[in-house]
Ligand binder design. Sequence first.
Ligand code: BJW
Length: 263
Amino acid sequence: MVNNRPRPPELSLAKASAKLAASRCVAVLTGAGASAESGIRTFRDTMEGLWQEFDPARLASPEGFARDPATVTRWYDTRRLGCLAAEPNPSHLALAQLERAMVAKGGEFIIFTQNVDRLHQRAGSRHVVELHGNILEWRCTRTGRVVELEPQAQTEFPPPSPFSKDGVLRPHVVWFGEELPRAALQKALEVCPRVDYFLTIGTSSTVYPAAGLIELVDRGDCTTVEVNRESTGASGRVDFALVGSAGDIVPRLVAQAYPTSAA
Ligand code: BJW
């Protein structure tokens, strides 16, 4: 049952951990805040500070790419190198540990990530569904073939395609107005209705269809938990809204649920 009354954070954390320990099928939705402590800027951050001239709403779209492919691909290449240089943070590591604990007890565990940085996989998570693609792979605009670029900065923008003379490369990510990978959406539609624990971490819950996954769960059977530094549109609709940084809260949530599981 949804309960919007504010609770003391420690008590909420303890209750959310107890529910996690009792769960058999856990789905996690992560957003940019889950990678913030790895030094990767969130989309909201991008609109402030040094990168304020790069508006993701303009750049992360087919129209933005058509208008200015050089700026868009240069922005993505800079971000790609940032992701390659970043390391998984304690929240990524705790989720990988949670997956191992769930598998060990014969349960199910899956991460749906909006992030394109591959940090969950690098932390050791095996069951990861990338809703918005990934930034390490690029796609030929002519043939649709995908290639992972070498870990050095590109020199030409947009990068020429190795697959076609008249094609160029674009990042293999999902832009506004583009369809999410069908297999990813199908997995969400299959898993979410039967999860008994849904954990959303570090997302503003503003971008659909990812923000709608929580609506697929069975409210009668499923515990819903949000971890975020701030309150979001989802905060009032979850059983437990844990306010704080992912790198602090997620390891404590997992450690209280599985105190003896190895890191
Ligand atoms: C911390 C923290 C710390 C910070 N610890 N917390 C229904 C209603 C309305 C609109 C739509 C709808 N359905 C579809 C739409 C349109 C659109 C959309 O949602 N628009 C909204 C803006 C309204 N959606 C789409 O266009 C999607 N496509 C689609 O629906 O296609 C339909 C279709 C069908 C058939 C044929 C064709 C089309 C596609 C969406 C793609 C989104 N792409 C991006 C870019 C990916 C590539 C890239 O990385 O550049 O994905 S946009 C950007 O937003 C990125 C993110 O994954 C996504 C979500 O952002 P996220 O992760 O929530 O980050 P932030 O920055 O917003 O929030 C960070 C949060 O972390 C904050 O809350 C902080 O407080 C918190 N935080 N530090 C914990 N340390």
